[in-house]
Ligand binder design. Structure first.
Ligand code: PLP
Length: 378
């Protein structure tokens, strides 16, 4: 059996999710827009998932829009905000550690003439809400900051920041990528007063190719593709009803156990940190106060890909800790002042509730073996 420790990249679809998708594909395959009974069945299925996701966030179903994933959700959120709210005002505030889906979209807006402030963490690698607030100018119309950062698991002070923004600058649009937090930490629109939230199904045992965007009531949107009237015309195209049914099934499954899973995964992290602490060649890149689902560390002198493939040969699957997509450095570890030599050797281990203590033991044994084998091969 493989030891899968790459749950921040994607998760194994849950049996209930596979069942919901199979049922939708084989029985409820009507087009949700069709006027006949089969269309209605598909529509009801999509609505049920919409209600489930809205309920999990503490909002109403009208506020949930389905997309092809968080990348599209964030593109839609940011590009729409720029088109609708960024006509006269041109300044955007974001963090220096956003996922590529937000980072590249904001880079593209900058190319179009918007100005961008990318807030960095303090000298201890901790983000301060005040630093974002201090960046606000009369020209600011959009703030986009993620909640749980995906490379090291750090939690950004978005709740505090969004509350302060809501009070002081209610006209500024607040977007948050909650992909690595949704169904892992409590996320609700009452605690996190966002205008827009991006979510993804495949990070929570749902299917790939499906996501959602929460849109607070009253926020005006402009679509980024043109077509029919689906999803209020904001996201035209026939809804991916089987994937949406799978997303709904994943949320139904995960929502009741957020606290329980958090506690369990925290124990796993404590165990891993304790064992890593006994190895003199390991440096921790995560903040112990961060999400317990992600642990990022460096094995001194052994490049990420080399150790990653060694572990793979041992049947253990992890991520390179500093590359966002296939070998291209994202610069996130650099933002925390982690030296390049250390970032080049970073590995990311990410848990699910299916991870066991025995798997952590196997990982540690494999790292020890890998270090002993590889350090002489340089
Ligand atoms: N945002 C974060 C923080 C992520 O970790 C990911 C996935 O890697 C995404 C966005 C993109 O999600 P999707 O694969 O659904 O486009």
């Amino acid at each position: 059996m493989p030891i899968y420790l790459d749950n921040a990249a994607t998760t194994k679809p849950a049996p209930a999710v596979i069942e919901a998708i199979t049922e939708a594909l084989s029985r409820h395959y009507g087009n949700p827009s069709s006027l006949h009974r089969m269309g209605l069945e598909a529509q009801l299925m999509v609505d049920d998932a919409r209600k489930t996701i809205a309920g999990a966030l503490g909002t109403e179903k009208d506020c949930i829009l389905f997309t092809s994933g968080a990348t599209e959700s964030s593109n839609l959120a940011l590009r729409s905000a720029a088109a609708v709210y960024g006509r006269r005002k041109k300044h955007i505030i974001t963090s220096a550690v956003e996922h590529a889906s937000v980072r590249s979209t904001i880079d593209a807006l900058e190319q179009q003439g918007y100005t961008v402030t990318r807030v960095k963490p303090d000298e201890n690698g901790v983000f301060q809400a005040k630093d974002f607030l201090d960046a606000v100018t009369p020209d600011t119309f959009l703030v986009s900051v993620m909640l749980a950062e995906n490379e090291t698991g750090r939690i950004l002070p978005v709740q505090k920041l969004f509350r302060m923004l809501q009070k002081k600058y209610p006209d500024i649009i607040r977007h948050c990528d909650v992909v690595q937090a949704f169904m892992k930490l409590p996320v609700s629109v009452s605690d996190l007063p966002a205008d827009l939230l991006s979510m993804s199904a495949h990070k929570i045992h749902g299917p790939k190719g499906c996501g959602a965007l929460y849109i607070r009531k009253g926020i005006r949107m402009q679509s980024i593709v043109t077509g029919g009237k689906q999803e209020k015309g904001i996201r035209p195209g026939t809804e991916a009803s089987p994937l949406i049914a799978g997303f709904g099934a994943a949320v139904k499954l995960m929502q009741p156990t957020i606290a329980e899973r958090y506690a369990y995964v925290s124990e796993l992290r404590a165990l891993l940190l304790e064992k890593l602490g006994e190895l003199p060649y390991i440096t921790l890149n995560s903040d112990p106060e961060g999400s317990p689902y992600i642990v990022n560390f460096s094995v001194k002198g052994i490049r990420s890909e080399i150790m990653l493939h060694f572990l793979e040969d041992e049947g253990i699957y992890v991520s390179s800790g500093s590359a966002c997509s296939k070998g291209v450095q994202s610069g996130v570890l650099g933002a925390y002042n982690i030296p390049d030599a250390q970032a080049d050797c970073a590995l990311r281990v990410s848990f699910s509730e299916e991870t066991t203590a025995a798997e952590i033991d196997a990982l540690i044994a494999a790292i020890e073996k890998g270090q002993a084998t590889l350090i002489h091969k340089k």
